[in-house]
Design a protein around this ligand. Structure first.
Ligand SMILES: Nc1ncnc2c1ncn2[C@@H]1O[C@H](COP(=O)(O)OP(=O)(O)O)[C@@H](O)[C@H]1O
Ligand code: SF4
Ligand SMILES: [Mg+2]
Length: 399
């Protein structure tokens, strides 16, 4: 019997190989069927006895992160994006699912390995105001992780490292920034300090959760460009979590679209935004047509009308069906599987089922070479788009 604690690597066919054979071309981080359910008490007036129920915040999410590449996780507020980030960074324990980091399965980690993982996988939060302690200087915030992880041996070395980190995030002249307190910096500068702090521990994965949504519009582009440069120069793997599909298109190579705890579409960012296959993605794209303009003008992303569904009692079948103008009977009955749109993309929508599209496309179709069985004839997308030719009946509203 296979040792369940053995380090594994999953190749495109799902075969496990030993860690010794793990290569840089393999995903740094492999996430498979991740679930995070939060227990809640149902104490509604109608329920005589309070019942334990769960919020299905993340339900069966899979993806890979690669060195030097960025992946966007896009969806409206409440769709489960931050929960994915926290579970992957192991700030919270997933309810189930598998995380394989550089070929090693998370379940087998000892405490010391988990500690190392938590510094290898760094989170950048939305709010740079809250993430820095107002009574400590920039130097303190950046020296601390260096000392905790024994990355410097003297005060002099620590200061030199901090100056170098500040230069890497373009906070120059660094010697004029190093002794400042957070309130002496702008929001954009504070977020750069927060990014420098994550770099201090030499991570291989960054999870940036809405990293610019609280910043002034004039600095959003430059902070995103900085992240993009760091991904390339330092060969980092970036998970960019955002509600803004326009910025995701602009800054990432691949994209996952999340709705009500599930991934509904996956593929190269350009293809997904230019020819969205899933009605929910179409709605997001229709609401935010021009990435650069929306970032520069600060126009708020338009939001779809309709309620986000309950994650305690999600809609049957396709969770999007109560809001979808194309909903069919099958949509209410059965959860759509992943249908391959082409050799790089899939979408979980029954509209693709009448074509030659095949169910069960690989969640990693966007980057892996495909086996013959998962390659979809181009007519699949054409069929879906024919059905979507009619003007869509949904409307969008500004925030
Ligand atoms: N600790 C928690 N307990 C119960 N429900 C939670 C908890 N954290 C998040 N949720 C719920 O999980 C869902 C997804 O939340 P979140 O991941 O923050 O979404 P997003 O980042 O996409 O806005 C929401 O319905 C939220 O209320
Ligand atoms: S599966 Fe049905 S309800 Fe869901 S997005 Fe597709 S057409 Fe709409
Ligand atoms: Mg969030």
């Amino acid at each position: 019997m296979a040792d369940p604690t053995a380090p594994i690597r999953l190749d495109p066919t799902g075969t496990s190989v030993s860690q010794r054979e793990w290569q840089r071309t393999d995903p740094i981080l492999h996430v498979e069927s991740l679930r995070k359910y939060y227990p809640v008490q149902d104490q509604s007036i109608r329920s005589v006895v309070s019942r334990r129920r769960v919020v299905r915040a993340v339900d069966d999410v899979s993806f890979d992160l690669y060195a030097g590449a960025s992946l966007a996780l896009v969806g409206e507020s409440g769709s489960g994006k931050s929960t994915v980030g926290r579970a992957v960074a192991r700030l919270e324990r997933p309810t189930s699912g598998e995380i394989v980091f550089k070929g090693t399965r998370a379940g087998s980690w000892r405490r010391s390995v988990l500690r190392r993982y938590r510094s290898d996988v760094q989170l950048i939060f939305q709010d740079p105001y809250a993430s820095l302690n107002p009574v400590h200087t920039v130097a303190y915030h950046l020296e601390r992780p260096l000392r905790i992880h024994h990355l410097v041996s003297s005060r002099k070395e620590a200061r030199a490292q901090v100056l170098s980190l500040l230069e890497q995030v373009h906070l120059t002249p660094a010697d004029q920034v190093i002794d400042k307190l957070p309130h002496e910096l702008s929001g954009g500068q504070r977020q750069r300090v927060a990014i420098a702090r994550t770099l201090a521990v030499q991570p291989s994965v960054l999870i940036a959760d809405e990293p610019v949504s609280m910043l002034d519009v004039s600095v959003r582009l430059s902070v995103l460009n900085l992240l993009s440069d760091l991904v390339r120069k330092k060969e980092l793997a970036l998970l960019y979590v955002t509600h803004d599909i326009a910025s995701a298109r602009y800054f990432t190579e691949r994209m996952l679209v999340m709705y009500a705890g599930e991934i509904v579409e996956s593929g190269p960012a350009e293809a997904v935004t230019q020819q969205p296959a899933h009605p929910y993605t179409q709605l997001l794209v229709a609401a935010a047509p021009d990435p650069e303009q929306s970032l520069r003008s600060g126009r708020r992303t338009v939001r779809a009308t309709g309620e986000n569904p309950s994650l305690i009692n999600p809609p049957s079948g396709c969770r999007f069906h109560p809001r979808c103008p194309h909903a069919m009977d099958v949509c209410r009955r059965e959860r759509p599987p992943k249908f391959a749109v082409d050799e790089t993309r899939w979408s979980a929508c029954w509209l693709l089922s009448g074509s030659e599209a095949k169910a069960g496309a690989s969640p990693n179709a966007a980057v892996r070479s495909q086996s013959a069985s998962s390659v979809t004839p181009p007519s699949a997308l054409a069929t879906a788009q024919e059905r979507l030719e009619e003007p869509t009946s949904w409307s969008v509203a500004h925030d």
